[in-house]
Design a protein. Structure first.
Length: 435
């Protein structure tokens, strides 16, 4: 057997790779993205894709979708990993793309873990994606809004893939057993344990299944919950990152901080970290909490939470546990206000119902002569030129004038915001009287 034979031999591939779906009909989950009548499915089936980024947690189908596209397309498909590749590899694909363009052939470049590329590496791609020489498919577990060059992002459609549901994972488990291990029997309780331990990750599910089967005693072809618990470490089943306990604990942490209960907050933080939760997941939830439940009652809360996320990213676990503890205590003792949250939700509801309303002409920029003829900018008052650095000009669409969304609380620093808004209201009343 040559090296190439070894690489292509299924006997040496992990189960997760052998069981990887090759067609959209075999793909499980993400129905909102690749369901029967979805736009992405149609573009793949018609071999007419444009640049896109798949964003989601591990094991939900990002790479699988890219490989399905590779099997379906008539374009020249190239794949690199941002972990192992650099500018040199990108340049090689760009040279291939130039040749393909001369031969009237499209070039697709799939970059796994594209968030690992730095800005200059991503910038190298930009002109080729802009001109359409390369169709980019990126896969990332990190929010592309923060990790992908904005110019590159604006030229790509982002598809958000979600953690697989229990039913999705059960379907994958049953199909894999039927195809690869038809003689293996597994009771329902053992199935539930394996599924719950996989954290919504199909790759983790199949790796666990493969490891359990390899560890089966000789002449045993049935996996029971008792046997499973002997094979697997106890910790795996104390806390599953995608199951009910995952959501129960993050909910308990959030509500304990909201109720200013420091000790309970620290307890639930420790429960999650010691069970193996991703510190960055907790840090992201703290960032959300800092605006949702504290907001302008303590504007520094968002700074503290964001700094904690960066600290966790820089030093990792377990060293970052004390950084998270600091943030959790800080947020728990901070004054609370959900005024920003309720204000946005109220504005969102009205925005959805009134999305046909045009921006008033007074707020539009008159860029061209035609814009000026159409009245763009008429009635605009440049507040910096006025006595109080503000005017009584209405900025909402005419049908919504007078609508209020934000009602600040009396807590923490937000009482100062309330006082300032009252002052602004009085100044505008004075301006109206002086006109």
């Amino acid at each position: 057997m040559t090296l190439f034979d070894y690489a292509d031999n299924d006997d040496f591939k992990p189960l997760a790779e052998k069981a990887r779906p090759k067609t959209l009909d075999d793909f499980v989950g993400q129905e909102d993205i690749v369901g029967k009548n979805s736009l992405l499915r149609k573009t793949i089936e018609n071999d007419n894709i444009s640049s896109m980024i798949f964003y989601g947690p591990p094991g939900v189908g990002k790479t699988t979708l890219a490989k399905i596209i590779a099997n379906k397309t008539s374009s020249d498909f190239n794949q690199i990993s941002a972990v192992e590749s650099g500018v040199k590899d990108i340049k090689q694909v760009e040279e291939i793309a130039k040749m393909n363009k001369l031969n009237n052939k499209r070039t697709i470049l799939f970059i796994d873990e594209i968030h690992r590329f730095n800005k200059s590496q991503q910038d190298t791609l930009l002109p080729y994606v802009e001109k359409g020489d390369i169709i980019l498919i990126g896969a990332t577990t990190e929010n592309p809004s923060f990790e992908v060059n904005s110019a590159l992002l604006s030229r790509s459609k982002v598809y958000v893939l979600h953690e697989l549901t229990f039913d999705n994972l059960k379907t994958i488990l049953d199909k894999t057993l039927k195809e690869f291990y038809p003689k293996i029997q597994i009771d329902e309780e053992a199935k539930v344990s394996i599924i719950n331990s996989s954290s919504g990750d199909a790759r983790s599910l199949l790796n666990t299944l493969e490891n359990v089967i390899k560890c089966l005693p000789k002449n045993k072809n049935k996996i029971t919950k008792e046997l499973l618990e002997k094979i697997m470490s106890e910790k795996t089943f104390i806390y599953d990152k995608n199951g009910e306990e995952h959501y129960n604990l993050i909910s308990a942490l959030h509500k304990s901080m909201r109720n200013s209960d420091v000790d309970a907050s620290l307890y639930y933080l420790a429960r999650m970290l010691e069970a193996g939760e991703d510190p960055l997941y907790i840090a992201r939830r703290l960032i959300r909490f800092s605006s949702e439940d504290i907001g302008l009652a303590n504007p520094s809360a968002l700074v503290q939470a964001t700094s904690t996320f960066n600290a966790c990213k820089y030093i990792g676990y377990p060293e970052c546990n004390v950084n998270l503890a600091q943030a959790v205590v800080y947020l728990a003792v901070s004054p609370k206000s959900n005024s920003l949250y309720t204000a946005y939700e109220s504005a969102k509801d009205i925005a959805k119902k009134t999305n046909e309303l045009k921006v008033p002409n007074r707020l539009r920029n008159a860029v061209t002569k035609l814009d000026k003829e159409m009245g763009y900018g008429d009635g605009y008052e440049y507040s910096q030129n006025y006595r109080y650095k503000m005017t009584d000009m209405d900025c909402l669409p005419d049908n919504l004038i007078g609508t209020k969304f934000y009602y600040p609380s009396e807590f923490g620093s937000e009482k100062n915001v309330k006082a300032r808004l009252e002052q602004i209201s009085k100044i505008k009343e004075t301006i109206r009287r002086e006109k």
